[in-house]
Design a protein around this ligand. Structure first.
Ligand code: DX5
Ligand code: ZN
Length: 219
């Protein structure tokens, strides 16, 4: 049974204090830092890029779980790798050739993640499951924090979990979007072992990040 990990999304952090927020997350027991990169083209929002990630990396010793909501993505993979991304997660719709983008991330010795939007079926990635480290199941339409959880995506997690067992594969299953204290257990029971959370981690219990991470982890 994989250990349940929490990857807080800094999209909900105080952007004027990102270095301190990263330190606060690490001290509060975050297993990795979920960095939402948005280009205002693949999604209708714009956040941060390689220079900011490079600056933040100095303030943290835990993994940077970088979620690239950008397109085209292939040409930028190396820049995010050099900036300090440890896990590079891309959307299949954002690359002309998913196989070559996966290979590119592996060549750079980074972990490879593929993210599926709520309406994207798992068929798109079935042929790649033995080559990737992580599947990121979006439980909101990408672009913004604080959206409502879409429970219909849980069926995809259950399907992936079944395939993982049948084929004896070891990829992580990460869920991202609208995760809170009411649905985290359902997500874990469905088969997710990494929970992304922005709003719940930063805003619940008067911003007690340590308590919020512990509550999300508890089954
Ligand atoms: C949305 C991002 C998510 C989001 C999660 O496009 O990929 O990581 O920031 O934030 P919450 O937990 O607030 O839904
Ligand atoms: Zn994300």
């Amino acid at each position: 049974m994989k250990k349940i990990q929490i990857s807080p999304s800094i999209l909900s952090a105080d952007f004027s204090q990102l270095g301190n927020e990263i330190k606060r997350l690490e001290k509060s027991g975050a297993d990795m830092i979920h960095v939402d990169v948005m280009d205002g083209h693949f999604v209708p929002n714009l956040t941060i890029g390689p220079p900011v990630i490079k600056a933040l990396k100095k303030h943290s010793s835990i993994l940077f779980d970088v979620h690239l909501m950008i397109s085209p993505v292939h040409e930028y993979i190396e820049a995010y790798s050099n900036a300090g991304a440890d896990i590079i997660t891309i959307h299949p719709e954002a690359t002309k050739d998913l196989k070559s983008s996966i290979l590119k991330i592996k060549e750079l010795k980074k972990k490879v993640g593929i993210s599926l939007n709520p309406e994207t079926k798992i068929d798109v990635i079935l042929n790649f499951l033995d080559q990737i480290d992580l599947v990121l199941i979006m439980s909101v339409n990408p672009g913004f924090g604080g959206q409502k959880f879409m429970p219909e995506v849980l069926i995809k997690i259950k399907e992936l979990k079944k395939i993982q067992k049948e084929k004896k594969l070891n990829f992580d299953i990460e869920i991202d979007g609208g995760i809170n204290f009411e649905n985290s257990k359902t997500a874990i029971e469905a088969g997710a072992n990494i929970l992304v959370s922005g709003t719940t981690v930063f805003k619940s219990n008067n911003g007690d990040i340590k308590k919020n991470i512990e509550l999300l982890k508890s089954k």
